[in-house]
Design a protein around this ligand. Sequence first.
Ligand SMILES: C[S@@+](CC[C@H](N)C(=O)[O-])C[C@H]1O[C@@H](n2cnc3c(N)ncnc32)[C@H](O)[C@@H]1O
Length: 274
Amino acid sequence: MRSDVHPAAAVGFDRAADAYEAGRATYPAPAVEAILSFAGAAPGRTLLELGAGTGKLTGALVASGARVLALEPVAGMRDVLARKVPGAEVLDAVAEAVPVARASVDAVVAAQSFHWFDAEDATAEVARVLRPGGAVALIWNRRDESVDWMRDLTRILDAHAGEAPRYRTGHWRRSFDADAAFTPLELQTWPHRGATGRDVVRARVASMSFVAALDTEPREHLLAEIAALLDTHPATRGRDDVAIPYVTELFTTRRVESAGAPSPRGPGPPAHRL
Ligand SMILES: C[S@@+](CC[C@H](N)C(=O)[O-])C[C@H]1O[C@@H](n2cnc3c(N)ncnc32)[C@H](O)[C@@H]1O
């Protein structure tokens, strides 16, 4: 069972917490509502958020009145999270080894994060910690590449991405698809836009873990390439009201199997206050 984070996440997200807050979009209100409703988020319920980052979704989970365990292994992100969402119980741990007891949470949520995990180990942990019938909600803001300048931006990024896990490969979902403990994943989508401004677009790019993990010179070179794209592309040149177009994708599933059977991957790590 993995107990560390991918090196690009460990270095990149630790350096990029401030850019992350400035550049990353929140999630559209109807998508957040759909998560809260599917998870049955309310007082008396316990939600586990995996890879909570700086808390872009966590605040809404806490506002529901539910108990929220917000798991985040990278110190730079966790510091912002703990400051920004004091109502969450922050756990320093990885999704592949969740320090909570078997069948002890009502819902597991992951925002923009599940592709970072070892999918098999993390899915087994989700199955272990969820109560029977428990909810799983996985959400991403995907850059909308039906928009021309987004495709150009992605081409620039792809030249530097290396081996960092990417959501769009779909590798993250294989273990859910293969696991009879879960109902088939269902997808809902919403169009969405990030906040407006060239500085927001710059921070969005700078917040990507593999960008933040670059040395100063190649990072500044990449950010200059993005600035040049904004300066020259017909859709963005001369405008300061640029905003990244997204498609928000929400996948949901439920735990169907009896949670009484021991996990094939062992008993899991020591339980955390549960
Ligand atoms: C793209 S950020 C998403 C943060 C936040 N959920 C949001 O919606 O903005 C991905 C987060 O997953 C965390 N992460 C990476 N690997 C992880 C792992 N193995 N277990 C738990 N979290 C992990 C990173 O540290 C980072 O904070």
